[in-house]
Design a binder for this molecule. Structure first.
Ligand code: 3PY
Ligand code: MG
Length: 251
């Protein structure tokens, strides 16, 4: 079973890492650091479809659940990522119930959805039973991060066939006329986040959010999130590099 779904079934939150730098060595090393899942970001990270398969393999080999954020809610890309061995998909900018339905349809084989059959890597993990295991092996989160997404949240939540919502606080801040800052504590943004979390709970959907610091992630888990991302790779690398240079200069 998907490690993240197993945590959810046990009532526990999942902690995921965020990969912007498409390095196989770094992905494998990070995957062994205790994350429940590691996400390759094809929207704002440097990975491309052409180099995503070995990254997903390195993550799985390292012991974390391989996840991907698609550049857009495009069924062809979602299906290819699932065939390459992504066991979780986050789709950005879900604005309408029709967007959510497109997303859900791409995740499941008929009759439940419209996914085309060609599970090259999942068949290596699940063998001939993959068809039966497919839907449960994947976790799926639709991003709410726009004004339209907020306005249409009830209708988006009413769509079946995907697990929940992932909040994009930077785009959501922009949608609310606020600044896109990491770990943003702007009261208007926090109120919108609380409102989304409450509505997801009421609709029986999972909910998560993009965080930077462990402290912000703790706060969001306490607020009801059951999946949080923490410090992206590029931020960890540059923070550590700055500290190292500063400590050396300070003597
Ligand atoms: C956002 O904060 O808008 C995101 O999409 C997180 O990467
Ligand atoms: Mg965003």
């Amino acid at each position: 079973m998907n490690k993240i779904r197993a945590l959810w079934n046990a009532g526990k939150p999942a902690i995921i890492g965020w990969i912007n730098i498409p390095s196989i060595l770094a992905a494998e090393a990070l995957a062994g650091c205790g994350y429940d899942g590691l996400l390759v970001d094809l929207q704002h990270g440097a990975a491309e479809m052409a180099n995503v398969a070995p990254l997903l393999l390195a993550i799985e080999h390292g012991g974390a659940e391989p996840l991907a954020r698609v550049a857009a809610n495009n069924p062809a890309d979602i299906m290819r990522l699932l065939d390459f061995g992504a066991y979780g998909i986050i789709a950005p900018m879900i604005n309408t119930a029709a967007d959510a339905q497109t997303f859900a349809d791409a995740l499941h084989y008929p009759p439940r959805g419209l996914r085309s059959f060609g599970p090259r890597r999942p068949q290596m993990r699940f063998g001939p039973d993959y068809l039966a295991a497919a839907s449960d092996s994947i976790v799926s989160l639709a991003m709410i991060e726009t004004r339209d997404g907020l306005d249409n949240l009830e209708a988006i939540l009413a769509v079946q066939g995907y697990d929940g919502i992932f909040i994009g606080p930077s785009d959501l801040a922009l949608a609310l006329g606020r600044s896109p800052r990491p770990d943003n504590t702007d009261p208007i943004l926090l109120a919108a986040i609380d409102n989304i979390i409450a509505r997801c709970k009421a609709a029986g959907k999972h909910v998560g959010i993009y965080c930077s610091s462990p402290a912000y992630a703790h706060r969001m888990v306490a607020a009801g999130c059951d999946i949080v991302s923490i410090t992206p790779d590029l931020v960890m690398l540059t923070n550590a590099a700055r500290e190292s240079v500063a400590a050396t200069r300070a003597g």
